[in-house]
Design a binder for this molecule. Sequence first.
Ligand SMILES: Cc1ncc(COP(=O)(O)O)c(C=O)c1O
Length: 372
Amino acid sequence: MSVPFIDLSRVVREVRDEVLADWAACLDETAFVGGARVDALEAELADALGCRAAVACSNGSDAIVLALAVRGVGPGHRVATSDLTFWATYEAIVQVGARPVLFDVDEDLHLDLDALFEAHRAAPLDAVVLPQLFGWCAPRTVALRDWCRAEGVALIEDSAQAFGVALKGGASVLAGAPLATLSFYPAKVLGGASDGGAIVTDDPEVAARLRVLRNHGRADHYRFAEVGWNARMSGPNAAYLSRMLARRDAIVGQRRRALDRYAERLAVDPRVRLHRGPAGVTGNGYLAVVTVEGWTGDALADGLRARGIGCARTYPETLSQQAPARDAERAMDPARARAFCRDVVNLPLFYGIADDEVDRSAGALLELVAGG
Ligand SMILES: Cc1ncc(COP(=O)(O)O)c(C=O)c1O
């Protein structure tokens, strides 16, 4: 019996009746773009994360563009980011007209902050986009916020994958973020019924300007205060996300437990490493990130698929290996990021995964590598 890498139908089954009623109301009210459901989602999201304000938008990519724009990042600016992230992080920097500067990762697979601080001393950076990846976050996120504030460097935390990640004491990593972005792509921990995203901030004035920027820079219906974007969220998607948000404890709790189960099962082979992030950070169980000594990610993925186990490779290549980024400024050799990309494989992990599916996936991996 095969195991899917992801199966969204399980959560959909759970919310189906509630969502159908919400969507019927959206039809009856013709509440298609923005409106009360989007306002409600923003309030619920800010409350759930412990942030002062949340601004819903079209997707996690536009969220980064808007966040860079609200900080005034644009042409002539150098923006540091990690060479190991989803392509959208890079795109957003280029789309506002700024120049990406790429860094390798540390042992927790996040932007190498020591290298960043050193590079800034040699040639000042204007902004940092910090990707918070894999289901945990950069261990020194709070220190980076302080450093950026002191140095006058804009910081955008690309937290597309980080809903549900907590710091010591249990508060969301987003609670104290000056400016952070989320993606609600359906496969994310908090997934929508369409593309969706949000920006959270500790500054209500920044939130107010973001609401203008995401809506064509509108001051009024046909008066425009700035050149903005159409980056609005739909009413039906906001309604669906509110239903998901109400289940956040169950969703994150079950993902964490599945990851704990993987850790127990995989511990029998010392060559198998399940990456879980640094001490002091409680992950959200977004991805089961595995590397195996002596194996490439492609060989692991082929072997798993041959055994009926769905898998992914997040990510098979770095940013600087992508054709449009070949000439991007590299602050250092991204050796660690490249080695990780060569080796990584992701096992099935999603809300609703059964214990037995975790056991079979872990068992298939162990059997595969025992034979090689
Ligand atoms: C790290 C990271 N940044 C940005 C994005 C872009 O989000 P979206 O797909 O909602 O545009 C994603 C989503 O895949 C992501 O994982």
